[in-house]
Design a protein around this ligand. Structure first.
Ligand code: GDP
Ligand code: MG
Length: 660
């Protein structure tokens, strides 16, 4: 007799295995891979038992899942010993519902009963056994309770045979039985479900007839069938849990208590939105703008001091201009925003280390799946509010190729820290007291566009399948000061380094193009500069969103390709040519940018937010998407959306302005 020990990671498989076999075990690897394979005999019997890798599902997405399901499907297995963690019954039963579809008897060892008892979780075993049509034994592998009983049950063959479980709705059950009849293998029910899920490993069993049945079903549901099967499983599991599991409220852990609030079915999303709104309000609202003024004063002081110093040493006018109008103005305009970014980094880092971020991304998995993304996409999106480059790279953890590609293409839509200066500048000047609200509205617009694009891509471009995502949920913790400090410092530092390198060079180039004409004469009118000439070539592109042929705004937006901060830096330099450099707000009182209205300001923000990201992020997209062609597609897609949105915003905004 051969027994397969199957369960989630950390459910106690190895502990139980050692207990059952004693020293009677052999450790090796599964053929061709480095996953550990342990085989042994239950003490004093000839019952062979195999410790399968820890898995959450029998889907084809991971190596461990493939090993386990091939073993169960192809080898002669007489009994599955399914060990489940009594403290997280819902997650565990997801696998169980799949094991029960195989034509192999299943016994459930309900492990960790010592912890469950302590937490006051009570099980109605009779109902559980009836619902799953299988034998369930509560044990504690660590405390060795009831394990003898388990061995006796196995030895005596004294367990339910789980002949049938009714877990799906009517239509689905009917199709399953229909398919079961048309496929002729041992595990026909399992195979039928896998065929409905369009599992690539079982595609060889499909016939014209079965394809027809499944297509028909798909039309009926009008949704991804794999998702429907998963939903049905969860629905069934929730029903069993409500019937047979009772968790005493006052015995719950702090994490459970917090989850009841933060992951509450109705409250989770509003709370998440309030938190994100709060973060952006703090960073871009009153406190944030106060810090901008502080730094602004500092930059003003430095630039005055530098002007005096250079004048005193008799420096030529153009070199004074290079240092003050080029370097200090460009870099200063960026550094203005550093304190705001530090606030933003700090708050997001706190959310990460408390465990909230991981839990909310788990919660949102269902929502993300609906639009074709993974819950794991939330992590790149959140990191993306710092910088798209690491965010795009963090999309690597997404298993599903389509979801990964979509996440990479959509992550740059999140307002990264470099876009924050643009938002703060425009929102602060044009919307005054409501600037916090306007900043938040851009954030929500980004989310909306991401979800919408994902939905469209998923249904038009990739028509693919979705994976299920199960993550080990960390407990809530107090934020770790060391982690937060390190995290904030390293992000802030990389921002400073960029301001000192890329931005500095770009600022000098802009200053040069702006200060000279093609005959290399210095001291010309802005309109005659090389930069103005370049800008005029492209200003028609921006006309529909600005209502003005502005070479200056066009050139500034294009510079977002170098770095998004550069948009503001460039505007500061261009405007500074005619006015005082030290105050960010002076930009809009200058003749060059004086044409901006609330609607064109909002439209311009929208364009800069959604258009192709900086070269750094484009490079990261190239690397993670794999080909230059895909990178171009992404860049064109992003810029196209940006243009259309910005034009829409401007035209609608102008209409509203006229009506009011
Ligand atoms: P595996 O990943 O499924 O092989 O799980 P392990 O056997 O390695 O167990 C994971 C952790 O859970 C270990 O720290 C075990 O000591 C612990 N553990 C296993 N069974 C029990 C149990 O019944 N009660 C308690 N309290 N801890 C257990
Ligand atoms: Mg193990």
């Amino acid at each position: 007799m051969r027994i397969a020990l199957v369960g989630n990671q950390n459910s106690g498989k190895t502990t139980l295995f050692n207990l059952l076999t004693g020293t009677n075990q052999k450790v090796g690897n599964w053929p061709g891979v480095t996953v550990e394979r342990k085989v042994g005999f239950i003490r004093n019997t000839d019952f062979e038992i195999i410790d399968l890798p820890g898995i959450y599902s029998l889907s084809p997405y991971t190596l461990e899942e493939n090993i386990s399901r091939n073993f169960l499907f192809e080898e002669q297995v007489d009994l599955i010993l399914n060990i489940i963690d009594a403290t997280s019954i819902e997650r565990s039963l997801y696998l169980t519902t799949q094991l029960l579809e195989l034509k192999i008897p299943v016994i459930i060892a309900l492990n960790m009963m010592d912890i469950a008892d302590k937490r006051g979780i009570k099980f109605d075993l009779g109902t559980l056994e009836k619902r799953l049509d299988t034998t369930i034994l509560p044990i504690s592998a660590l405390k060795k309770t009831n394990v003898f009983n388990l061995i006796q049950t196995i030895k005596q063959g004294d367990y339910r045979r789980n002949l049938y479980q009714h877990i799906y709705d009517h239509d689905l059950e009917n199709v399953i039985s229909e398919l079961e009849e048309s496929v002729d293998t041992k595990h026909s029910r399992f195979l039928a479900v896998k065929m409905i899920e369009r599992d690539p490993l079982f595609i060889s069993h499909a016939t014209e007839e079965t394809d027809f049945i499944i297509d028909d079903l798909e039309k009926k549901y009008y949704r991804d069938l794999e998702q429907i099967v998963a939903d049905e499983r969860y629905r069934y599991i929730e029903m069993i849990r409500d019937e047979a599991v009772e968790a005493k409220r006052d015995m719950m852990t702090t994490t459970d208590h917090l989850d009841q609030i933060f992951l509450n079915r109705y409250l989770a999303i509003p709370i998440f939105m309030v938190i994100m709104f709060g973060i952006y309000y703090l960073a871009a609202g009153p406190i944030g703008s106060w810090t901008v003024d502080m730094v602004g004063t500092g930059v003003e002081f430095v630039s005055e001091w530098m002007t005096n110093f250079l004048t005193n040493v008799n420096a030529s006018p153009w070199s004074i201009s290079l240092v003050v109008d080029g370097m200090i103005a460009g870099v200063g305009a960026i550094l203005n925003f550093l304190p705001q970014l530090i606030i933003l980094f700090l708050l997001i880092s706190v959310l990460e280390t408390t465990g909230y971020m991981a839990r909310i991304s788990f919660f949102l998995d269902r929502v993300f799946q609906k639009v074709g993304l993974s819950g794991k996409s939330l992590i790149p999106f959140i990191i993306g509010s710092g910088c798209s480059v690491p965010a795009i790279m963090s999309a690597r953890t997404i298993n599903d190729e389509t979801e990964k590609k979509m996440t990479i293409m959509l992550t740059p839509f999140i307002p990264c820290s470099a876009k924050l200066p643009i938002i703060t500048l425009f929102a602060g000047y044009f919307f005054g007291d409501r600037s916090g609200f306007i900043s938040a509205s851009l954030y929500f617009l980004a989310i909306f566009i991401i979800l919408l694009s994902a939905y469209v891509m998923k249904n038009v471009l990739f028509k693919g399948k979705t994976s299920s995502f199960i993550l080990e949920l960390p407990e809530y913790k107090l934020p770790s000061l060391r982690y937060v400090i390190y995290d904030v410092f390293s992000k802030a530092w990389s921002f400073i380094v960029r301001a000192g390198s890329v931005i500095l060079v770009a600022s000098i180039i802009i200053w040069f193009l702006l200060s000279f004409d093609f005959r290399m004469t210095y001291g010309i009118a802005v309109d005659d500069s090389m930069l103005a000439w370049l800008g005029k070539l492209i200003s028609w592109i921006f006309y529909p969103m600005l209502g003005e042929m502005s070479w200056a705004a066009s050139i500034s937006a294009i510079q977002g390709l170098v770095a998004k901060e550069q948009v503001v830096g460039s505007m500061a330099i261009i405007a500074g040519y005619t006015s005082d450099v030290s105050e960010a707000r002076f930009i809009f009182t200058s003749g060059i940018f004086g044409f901006f209205t609330a609607s064109s300001a909002y439209a311009f923000m929208v364009f800069n937010l959604f258009s192709a990201p900086c070269f750094g992020a484009i490079g990261a997209m190239r690397q993670e998407l794999g080909t230059t062609k895909r990178m171009w597609k992404a860049v064109l897609f992003q810029t196209g959306i940006a243009w259309v949105l910005a034009v829409l915003v401007f035209q609608v905004g102008r209409l509203i302005e006229v009506i009011l």
